[in-house]
Structures are given as C-alpha cells and as structure tokens.
Design a protein around this ligand. Sequence first.
Ligand code: ACO
Length: 320
Amino acid sequence: MRTRVIGTGRCLPETVVTNDDLSKIMDTSDEWISSRTGIKERRLVKTENTASMSVYAAQEAIKDAGIQPEDIDLIIVGTLTGDYVTPSTACEVQAAIGAVHAMAFDVNAACTGFIVALNTAHMYIQAGICRTALIIGAETLSKIMDWDDRGTCVLFGDGAGAAIVQSADTGILGLVQGADGTKGMSLACQDRDNHNPLVQSDRQLHYTSMNGQEVYKFAVTKVPECIHQVLDQANLTTEDVKYFILHQANIRIIQSVAKRLKVSEDKFPISLDHYGNISAASVPILLDEVNKKGLLQRGDKIVISGFGGGLTWGADVIEW
Ligand code: ACO
C-alpha cells in the first residue's frame, strides 16, 4: 500500500511587498536581497491568517482531487505559526471545510513541516487507519519576525499550500527524515516566558533569530545527502527524477544542491523569487504551481525536500 498525491492547492495573501518597498522602511536594497537570496518580493498578510489561508488552499486541493470534505479522515497541518496554541490549525480547518469524519492535528518541524506531515499521513495510511488525508503547510511568518532586523525579516513571507493524499498502488516510493537538535539555536524563535505565581517575567516578545551562514552550511550538505538516501531506497538515480521540489529558502542553497547532485538547475522549479521563504508552506505551494501548470504526468518521479528549524530535514521520492 502506497500514498498518492491526488490533488493540490495553494493560497497566498493578496498584498505583494517588493524589495523596493522594504527599502523604504529599512536600510536595505533590492540589490542586496536579490543578489544574496534570489528573492524579489513576498506576500504578507493584512486580513488573512494561518487558518484562513489553510482553508482556502485545502478547498482548492479538494476540488483538484475531485473528492468531498466528508471523504477526508485525517488532517495534518505543518506549521510553527498557528493562530492559536489550541485549537490547532488542523481543527480550525476541519470545522471550516466540514470534514466531519477527520481526525486533525498540527505538527511543528519548521521548514520540514509539510514533509513530516505527509510522512505521518503515509504511516496512518500504511497502517490501514485512514484512506484519505488532507496535508497542509501554512505559515504567517511575518508575525514572528523582528522588523528591525534586516538580516532576517527580508527573507520570509506568508502563505499556505495543501495536498490531498490517498492510499493507492503507487505514490511515495521512499522517505527520509531526521533532526539534529544540537544545532537548534542556529534558527530559533522562543515562545512565551514562564509566568506564574512563582515566576514573574517581563513578558518580552520573542522574534526569529538566525545564524545564516550556519544554516547555509547545514542545508547544502544535508539536502544532497538525504536526496541520495531516498533515491537509493527507491532504487532510482537523479536521472529518473523529473523535478526536485525543494524548500524555497535561498537560490544559492538550491544552486549548490543542484551542483552537488550534478543535476541541471532546470530540474529545480523556483518560487522564492515571488514568495520568499514560507517555511512549511514552501514545498506544497511550489508543488501546486508545478501541478497546475500541467508539468506532471502519471508515472513521473519527483523528489520533494524540506530543511530548516530544529534543525530538521526530510525528503520523499514520489511517483505521480
Ligand atoms: N540589507 C542590506 N544589508 C544587510 C541586510 C539587508 N537586508 N542584512 C544584512 N546586511 C548586512 C549585514 O549587516 C552585514 O553588514 P556588515 O558586513 O557591515 O556587518 C552584511 O550585510 C553581511 O551580513 P551577513 O549576515 O554576514 O550576510 P551573508 O552574506 O551571510 O548573507 C544570508 C545572509 C543571505 C541569510 C546568508 O547567510 C544565507 O544565504 N544563509 C542561508 C540561510 C537561509 O537562507 N536562511 C533562511 C531561513 S532558514 C531555512 O529556511 C532553511
């Protein structure tokens, strides 16, 4: 029993913020941002939130899959920026779309969140616990950015992507996922402080901090390694793969991964130029773009890979 992607969807906030827009409110420039990252613009929420974007992306995926919300028996959202600590974003989605038969929960594996959510659903499907799952990666990263820290806030954006997966004869052919908590502080965002009758904190707000060079070194070594592992599992080589759909952190990371794999950059679709880095949402948004452009045919092999906070990483090879 395998797990096949049968539909995809995405939702981006309406408001486009270009690098030039940012240069009017902080000491930065289009030249600095685009030459180091490839990012030209990103979408930021005004009225949207993590749940509303998730719901829209889910409805698009449901339509694309040709199923009904009642057919879904599991919803998993990969996110680190849910609107509430509880209820989970997945429970908010379940209510909004009327997926009355679905169990629902969130997972936090940062930029690897969609991969971990997908693999968790795959385990449920393989165990015979469920047949059809809705998997979402969704983030409102703009709310955990320090907008006075030009070194981080220019990199990130908001959005959501979704996929419907179902038990089938083909689909996920191999998967790898891992974590190295010893390097966790190189990309961190602290939650609220202890505050109770015994401990009084000043309740400072905490924002995302990043050691960009350390994250870069981690990504360019770990991603090619886990892609090789997952292809070995499936008894495939890079030549069998039509597209490598990678987490959209930085064009330099993607170029370096392509070079290390000895694969043409043409096989690496890009969306970071117009959306920036949307953590768990990057992979499903790009997957939906590739799917809706009609670039995938039944039988094509693709690799998806996420990497980032934790530090975490993961990759799947999927037969379409
Ligand atoms: N505009 C203008 N100047 C800036 C900006 C900005 N937005 N941000 C930083 N600078 C300045 C710094 O102040 C510094 O100036 P100084 O030399 O006078 O002190 C100079 O630019 C260099 O700063 P660094 O932080 O050393 O910049 P670096 O060359 O390392 O590039 C970057 C930063 C692009 C983040 C790089 O480290 C990188 O590509 N890292 C990969 C990690 C990544 O992409 N993370 C994204 C999230 S993680 C993930 O999703 C996996």
